[in-house]
Design a protein around this ligand. Structure first.
Ligand code: SF4
Length: 281
């Protein structure tokens, strides 16, 4: 993928490193900003515990994306009648079920649920963590400064959350549909209660790529307690869908040094989505 001058300027304004051509050992220039010029992507084996939806092992919350220590997964998502009912819901029913959900304590403090936005058959699905204050107010995921950064990152990849064909319009959803009070970390039981909704969204969309942003999204989807720094840089699988891990935009706003790593992740995601689309015909 080539970058226009305008995109390059925008990325630089975002503080995202643009790769200057560097000399390969053979002396030939290699532009790492061009996904086609990146080395062949390593594909991780499916997470050993990434079993059927509803058997999620959810992590114990910790403080930061970069410094997340390894934690033992605890708890199991209920494989009960509720999860089975959700697994059979069409879009309209699913949306109504989320709006009316009282399955965990977060229903008491939310202003509204945050279901998700985007194309129902999007090729790219972005999965974040939990709604914050502004998402709780607006009912839309990734708004405010973090949402603005995400939009800019998507725009650099010629993607958008606004109306567009499914190749360009992403779908954005959070792991949790309700805001934890005072933006505290989600609890394992809350993540387990909410997981069937996300699982069903993914099943309905059938994306060609999932971009998991932030520790809770990553750990819930991959059933892994590894920190993001150890999971990024390769392609995982979730129910057969390629999944790329990266930092949450809110984290990037506080940790500028990791923006260049996030951009590396987006380039990997772009290459992966391109390959998946080519394979899909
Ligand atoms: Fe229901 Fe999820 Fe909200 Fe909990 S966080 S009340 S499970 S929608």
């Amino acid at each position: 993928m080539g970058w226009s001058e305008r995109q390059r300027r925008m990325l630089q304004e975002m503080g995202i490193r643009l790769w200057a051509p560097v000399s390969s050992p053979s002396g030939a220039p290699a532009d790492a900003a061009t996904p086609a010029a990146m080395p062949a992507m390593p594909v991780a084996p499916p997470a050993s515990s990434a079993g059927a939806p509803g058997t999620a092992l959810l992590p114990t919350p910790v403080d930061t994306d970069a410094a997340a220590p390894a934690v033992a997964p605890v708890g199991a998502a209920p494989a009960d009648a509720r999860a089975q009912a959700i697994a059979a819901m069409p879009w309209t029913e699913l949306r109504e079920a989320v709006a009316a959900c009282t399955a965990c304590e977060l229903c008491r403090s939310r202003r509204q649920t945050v279901f998700g936005v985007g194309h129902p058959r999007a090729h790219w699905m972005i999965v974040g963590e939990a709604p914050g204050e502004q998402e709780d107010l607006s009912g839309e995921p990734f708004v405010g400064a973090a949402g603005h950064l995400l939009d800019n990152m998507l725009r650099a990849l010629q993607l958008t959350r606004d109306d567009a064909p499914p190749q360009r319009q992403v779908y954005i959803a959070n792991t949790l549909k309700c805001r934890p009070p005072r933006n505290r970390n989600p609890e394992a039981q809350e993540l387990a209660c909410c997981e069937p909704f996300l699982v069903r969204q993914i099943e309905l969309i059938r994306p060609r790529l999932i971009l998991a942003m932030g520790r809770f999204a990553v750990q819930a989807l991959l059933r892994s307690s590894e920190p993001i720094g150890k999971l990024r840089g390769r392609v995982h699988r979730y129910q057969g869908v390629p999944l790329v891990v990266t930092y949450h935009p809110a984290y990037l706003l506080r940790n500028l040094a990791d923006k260049s790593r996030a951009w590396d992740d987006l380039c990997l995601a772009a290459r992966t989505a391109e390959a998946a689309s080519a394979g899909a015909g």
